[in-house]
Write a protein that binds this ligand. Structure first.
Ligand SMILES: [Zn+2]
Length: 307
């Protein structure tokens, strides 16, 4: 049984609440009659923004345009202080987009600095999905980021690459609740990326791949299934299902609890005070871009099981 509560505003950030009541067999001890409250915080389309600075206008953004990992880090720390059973994940398009990132990643890798990986390490990210822009600078730059990262780089539907390897999913123990996080990348990368940056890569259909992995994750003990899909809500624009497939995922893949969407730079819901977006019983949220916002997902697990 699932109960969805209304969204609420916290600090101008997207805040959503999802309550799950789970029954059946599970890794959660049967004696755990009390509910367990966990929090999943999600960013997407950071695009190289560490500090609140707009390099293209040489100014400090204010109001809703304020941005950067340092902005949401304050919020992340507050949430973690109030509930240590909090995890932080990202949904891709992470390493490309500011002169800061470009300087260290592309122009001066010999300095050995990687602002994105180092900041995300400091914030305690556990996983980040590979977005389309992760391929832009080729494998040397991406793999330097990956090697510096203390978190997993996820993509279940990109396989066979000569120069990259990604994990399809992680299962993280969060206060006794096993949270499975599946990463999906838009197959439309093949239409955008230079061939030399994706040698050998097979971009599988995200829905087919999710239907393969969600049962595998449940069999491996996942109580809650989160799909960090670097994709917009609706397939009616762009490259259709190859680019924006969040709604199709919710409709066509049984067993998903939450979809963290991205890529479209949209806010889902449009305003923090709006009702959560629920499609076929699946909570879909997207935190916009440049870490101007963050998705805050509250899950209460009672009983036991991964049904
Ligand atoms: Zn994207």
């Amino acid at each position: 049984m699932k109960t969805i509560t209304i969204s609420r505003v916290m600090g101008g950030l997207v805040t959503l609440t999802l309550l799950l009541s789970l029954f059946g067999t599970s890794a959660i001890p049967a004696s755990a009659a009390e509910s367990r409250n966990i929090v999943i915080l999600g960013t997407s389309d950071i695009h190289g923004n560490v500090d609140n600075y707009d390099y293209f206008t040489d100014s400090v953004p204010t109001g809703s345009a304020a941005r950067g990992l340092t902005k949401v880090a304050t919020y992340v720390n507050q949430v973690k202080a109030s509930n240590p059973n909090t995890i932080l994940i990202d949904d891709g398009d992470t390493i490309q987009g500011t002169p800061l990132a470009y300087y260290y990643e592309v122009l001066h890798p010999e300095l050995g600095k990687n602002p994105m990986a180092e900041t995300m390490n400091a914030m305690g990210y556990i996983a980040s999905t590979v977005g389309n822009h992760e391929f832009n600078y080729g494998s040397t730059v991406f793999n330097a980021f990956k090697n510096k990262a203390n978190f997993k780089l996820l993509s279940a539907n990109v396989t066979g690459c000569r120069d990259y390897s990604f994990m399809p999913y992680v299962i993280q123990d969060v206060g006794g609740v096993q949270v499975g996080i599946l990463g999906l990348t838009p197959p439309a990368v093949v239409h955008w990326e230079r061939p030399e940056n994706i040698v050998g890569c097979i971009f599988g259909d995200a829905i087919d791949v999710a239907n393969q992995y969600v049962p595998e994750m449940k069999a491996a003990g996942a109580d809650v299934i989160v799909v960090a899909a670097h994709t917009g809500l609706d397939e009616t624009y762009g490259y259709g299902r190859e680019e924006n497939f969040a709604k199709i995922l919710a409709d066509k893949v049984p067993g998903i609890d939450v979809i963290l969407a991205g890529h479209a730079h949209a806010l889902i819901p449009a305003k923090p005070t709006d009702l959560p977006t629920i499609v076929n019983g699946v909570l879909i949220t997207e935190p916009g871009y440049h870490t101007r916002n963050i998705s805050d997902i509250r899950i209460s697990v009672t009983g036991s099981g991964n049904d």
